[in-house]
Design a protein around this ligand. Structure first.
Ligand SMILES: Cc1cc2nc3c(=O)[nH]c(=O)nc-3n(C[C@H](O)[C@H](O)[C@H](O)COP(=O)(O)OP(=O)(O)OC[C@H]3O[C@@H](n4cnc5c(N)ncnc54)[C@H](O)[C@@H]3O)c2cc1C
Length: 485
């Protein structure tokens, strides 16, 4: 219930917002959390770096486009509109877009989140509980030439084509692993792109192994089959067990080498073929955005099938840090089908914790149980997909000693190998300090997972042991002026 103490209070002068619950991320997880918080009568601030709410799955075109039929480019348009409506219209919710949380901390008095807003005063959000729903970013694997202009992530291509209505090149190749390649390929084909081929690294025999488990998610399988039909209609070749392992050209991509892969993803000798292309989209799944959960001191677990670490949580989505809830991709890559119920659980649980005497508590508890069952079912299917499309270690053999791994600081694989051998380095933090990889503008978001994997294999240690880049108190780049406000 809203009381004078916990009602929404906005102080424009000092740019401080005081709410019951701060929600980071306005993707499916964050928006579902906001809907539930609002329904219980508590107040929340929803913060997102992007200009419009929606995150990745419900991504919107810019408002200035005034699309006549915006639903045509949208996943699940009606449910997305319902969530946008609640976030924008509820008097208990404050939605702030173009707002990046760059640092945060907790104390006995609650939590404080500091936000950067380009062109506006800085903002501090004070809350009693925090829900982290920051999603993920897409993952590229390094190969010779991956740093040439024209090579980009499949997600970047999707964003250009879907929300900006721009085709990234004249002749495009997609390469990677996992179901995400399909919607990107279908979107490009339907947008009139010249798509020279889509190369899925996973072999069909691996997919068949998981066939019966995958049947549980037949609605999603049907969606995948629909994308394949689009590719067939436009005559786009879709090949399994293959990958782009080299890109070449004078100053930008002109051609790529595509190879057949062995079961462990090493290159099958004698199978290289050359394709002309000026754009390559690379997508090997997603990496969770765990910078804020690490900053709060939440515990994470390493998940081998996704070669990444995720925030641990209980059945109510509470992390190991009391008062910090987590939902969506930060808990495990599962797509919107998992993110939506997890966000709803986090929103309800955080609000229930704030007001245990909530008049509709029994109804809230039964909603909680329903969302928990929904999340468990969606997670089972997501787990099957994650195992099916798990990265195989042979991808590390695609890079040569000259291949740049950290693009910001231009650190090659050879330099990493030499540093590990010369100084007997044992973990990723030592590799970072010795070579500078991960110290550039992206703070290891592009190279971090690759450096972790190479460090583990070059030191012969377990990735859980060699760890990942250490977290910084400033999780996103901000202008210096922001720090003195
Ligand atoms: C590029 C890309 C494209 C994708 N496309 C598809 C697709 O076509 N189909 C599909 O099924 N799945 C897609 N996914 C998978 C997608 O992650 C999930 O389907 C779903 O969007 C996850 O929901 P979420 O709420 O957990 O995260 P997201 O939808 O990613 O939302 C997270 C939000 O948090 C915000 N955020 C993160 N950190 C901060 C911060 N520090 N301060 C402020 N805001 C912050 C982000 O701006 C983002 O809007 C895509 C993922 C990516 C990375």
């Amino acid at each position: 219930m809203v009381t004078p103490e916990n009602s929404k209070e906005t102080d424009i002068e000092t740019s401080i917002i005081k709410v019951d619950i701060a929600i980071v991320g306005a993707g499916p997880a964050g928006l579902a959390a906001a809907r539930e918080v609002s329904a219980t009568g508590a107040t929340a601030a929803v913060l997102d770096s992007y200009a419009r709410p929606g995150g990745q799955y419900f991504k919107q075109t810019p408002q200035t486009f005034r699309a006549k039929r915006p639903g045509r480019l949208h996943h699940d348009y009606a449910p997305a509109q319902a969530l946008f409506g609640v976030a924008e219209a509820s008097p208990r919710l404050t939605l702030r877009t173009n707002t990046t949380v760059w640092t945060a901390y907790g104390s006995d008095n609650g939590f404080s989140l500091h936000c950067y807003r380009p062109g506006e005063s800085s903002l501090e959000v004070r809350a009693k509980k925090v829900i982290l729903a920051p999603g993920a970013y897409d993952r590229a694997l390094p190969f010779p030439g991956w740093d040439l202009p024209g090579v980009m992530t499949a997600g970047a291509i999707q964003t250009l084509a879907k929300s900006q209505r721009v085709l990234p090149g004249r002749r495009i190749v997609l390469s990677g692993s996992g179901p995400f390649l399909l919607p990107v390929a279908a979107l490009l084909a339907e947008s009139g792109a010249n798509l020279a081929g889509v190369f899925e690294a996973t072999r069909p025999v691996v997919m068949l192994r998981y066939g019966s488990a995958a049947w549980n998610g037949r609605a999603k399988l049907g969606e995948g089959a629909g994308y394949l039909r689009v590719l067939r209609r436009y005559g786009v070749p879709y090949r399994f067990g293959r990958a782009v392992v080299r890109a070449e050209g004078a100053g930008r991509v002109e051609r790529v080498s595509v190879t057949r892969l062995n079961p462990d993803w090493t290159i099958m000798p004698g199978s290289l073929e050359t394709l002309e292309a000026d754009t390559v989209g690379v997508g090997y799944g997603f990496t969770p955005s765990t910078d804020l959960s690490q900053l709060f001191g939440c515990e994470h677990r390493y998940e081998p099938t996704q070669d990444a670490s995720f925030a641990l949580h209980d059945a109510r989505q509470q992390s190991t840090k009391p008062g910090v809830f987590v939902a969506g991709e930060i808990c495990g890559i599962g797509g919107s089908a998992v993110a939506l119920p997890q966000g709803a659980i986090a929103g309800l649980a955080a609000a229930l914790d704030l007001d245990p005497s909530l008049s509709s508590k029994s109804e809230a508890n039964s909603r909680l149980a329903r969302f928990q069952a929904e999340a468990r079912q969606a997670q089972a299917f997501a787990g099957t997909l994650n195992r099916m499309f798990a990265l195989r270690p042979g991808w590390q053999s695609w890079a040569t000693p000259e291949t740049i791994i950290c693009r910001c600081e231009e650190v090659t694989l050879g330099k990493i190998q030499t540093a590990i051998n010369e100084f007997d380095l044992k973990n990723v933090k030592a590799v970072k300090l010795t070579t500078r990889c991960g110290m550039g503008l992206c703070q290891g978001r592009v190279c971090g997972q690759a450096v972790s994997s190479f460090t583990a294999s070059l030191t012969g240690r377990d990735p859980a042991e060699t760890g990942s880049f250490s977290n910084r108190p400033i999780v996103r780049p901000v202008p210096l002026g922001e720090l003195v406000q």
